[in-house]
Design a protein around this ligand. Structure first.
Ligand code: UD1
Ligand code: CA
Length: 459
């Protein structure tokens, strides 16, 4: 028993009005074609075959090793597209599933059901149909007096009577492979000059082997994307699907209609997500968090019991019990350890804020390593860039940085060091010392004790 899946993706997608191949337009943050490739891989362990044509090079760059490729140099129809695969697959497998890459909401279970229905079928084809009151361009299913499927008629070629048929072809088929390879070249050319895969249905019926049809139950899986209007409809359906799964798994979405979470995101139990929150990419959110309103989180890790309020978090990691915002911005490489508090208008980039650091208001920490329980006063800035290079700012534990301090990197502050309000710190500050002023200098008493230390060292 073996099954291969062929995905047709050679068409141009003219009605998208785009410079990019239709199947590279994104749905749920992922190029449409990858949705099809994923479900194909879920139903068959063997690599799916992607038929490419228009923009084929670009499609390959995106799909990479996840598919094998067959080029359809000229787009002469869906039947012609499948015929291009014959040299590769003939005599290698028993069943072939064909799907179209512009139908990205299809679910793997539906393909599995299709395969399960074709395996015991003595005839050569099982196809999926849908009964719908909005057939929008789909081929109509013609059934005979006894109910058997006799043909698929494309909308363009359908008579007024046929157009009233409410059962349509969704474009998903499982074939007996040998029969398919024998019949592809016999498909007649259509008035439009194309070879329709759908004509195989009438050919089977003529041989007394009517196609077996499964009437699909969930119309949301069969949104064919031909325009950007369809793309937005599909996006909304996918969002609803993801949101529903999250809610059923124990996450509260206060307003699912304004919550935009990609299927790649993992969210822990009892986390509450407020409106206007967007979470994308490789993101994991812990349990018991409160996220949003108005937050954007991408490619980041958030621990348990965190509060992220109206903030932007990109490629950052946050441990447990951290609160951020409103208007916080974590950029690439920000790492906030447990219990960090980051209040309004803070920005952290490529820096570690160790346990219990408090950064209440208007601060920028770039390329820093800030020691445990340090207090970062309002308006503190690491001057990490000298116009050419980035430099590090390092502080010990329990440091107290006065409001409006400029830390001119590279600079190091020892444990329990303190800076006065408005200091411009250009030189390292010893443990326990206080500096103040512009440029910052040691408090006289601290200076004497430092000088003492040095003369001891020298002596
Ligand atoms: C097709 C079906 C129609 C069905 C509908 C469901 C045929 C003849 N018609 O119509 O019955 O209701 O899908 O969405 O199959 N493609 C190629 N090479 C080609 C032509 C198309 O690879 O030469 C690919 C396209 O990239 C696309 C898919 O096949 O992914 C379907 O082609 P499209 O032109 O969108 O067919 P429909 O008119 O939608
Ligand atoms: Ca289509």
């Amino acid at each position: 028993m073996s099954l291969r899946v062929i995905i047709l993706a050679a068409g141009q997608g003219t009605r998208m009005n785009s410079n990019y191949p239709k199947v590279l337009h994104k749905l749920g943050g992922k190029p449409m074609v990858l949705h099809s490739v994923e479900i194909a891989r879920a139903v068959s362990q063997d690599t799916p075959i992607l038929v490419i044509g228009h923009g084929g090079g670009q499609v390959r760059e995106v799909v990479e090793e996840r598919a094998e490729y067959v080029l359809q140099a000229e787009q002469l129809g869906t039947g012609h597209a499948v015929a291009q695969v014959r040299p590769l697959l003939e005599s290698t497998c028993e069943h072939i599933i064909v799907i179209y890459a512009d139908m990205p909401l299809l679910q793997a279970e539906t393909l599995a059901d299709l395969y399960a229905a074709q395996r015991p079928n003595p005839g050569p084809i099982t196809l999926l149909t849908l009964v719908t009151d909005s057939p929008r361009g789909f081929g109509r299913i013609l059934r005979g007096a006894n109910g058997s499927v006799q043909a698929i008629i494309e909308e363009a070629g359908a008579s007024p009577d046929q157009l009233t048929i409410d059962e349509v072809n969704v474009g998903i088929y499982c074939f007996e492979a040998d029969w398919l390879w024998e019949h592809l070249d016999l498909i007649p050319i259509s008035p439009k000059g194309e070879y329709y895969l759908t004509d195989l249905v009438a050919m089977a019926a003529a041989e007394g082997q009517a196609a077996n049809a499964i009437v699909a139950q969930n119309p949301d899986e069969f949104i064919g994307i031909n325009t950007r209007v369809h793309l937005a409809e599909a996006e909304e359906l996918l969002r609803k699907r993801v949101n529903k799964n999250l809610m059923l798994s124990g996450v509260t979405l206060v307003d699912p209609a304004t919550t935009y979470i990609h299927s790649s995101v993992v969210v822990g139990q009892d986390t509450v997500i407020m409106p206007n929150t967007i979470m994308e990419g490789d993101t994991v959110i812990g349990a018991d968090c409160l996220i949003g309103p108005n937050s954007f989180i991408v490619d980041s890790r958030i621990g348990d019991r965190c509060r992220i309020f109206t903030s932007v978090i990109e490629q950052a990691s946050v441990e447990d019990d951290v609160d951020i915002g409103p208007y916080g911005h974590l950029r690439k490489g920000a790492h906030l350890e447990s219990g960090v508090h980051m209040g309004n208008f803070g920005e952290v980039k490529n820096s570690r804020l160790r346990r219990g650091v408090k950064m209440g208001h208007f601060s920028y920490i770039g390329d820093g390593d800030i020691g445990e329980n340090t207090n970062i006063g309002a308006g503190t800035i690491t001057c990490n860039y000298d116009g050419k290079n980035k430099h590090k700012t390092i502080t010990g534990k329990d440091v107290f940085i006065g409001s409006d301090t400029m830390l001119v990197a590279p600079v190091t502050l020892g444990d329990r060091a303190r800076t006065g309000a408005g200091s411009v710190v250009t030189r390292d500050v010893p443990s326990g010392a206080l500096v103040y002023g512009v440029p910052a200098r040691l408090k006289p008493a601290d200076r004497r004790s430092e000088e003492g230390k040095h003369s001891e060292e020298e002596g």
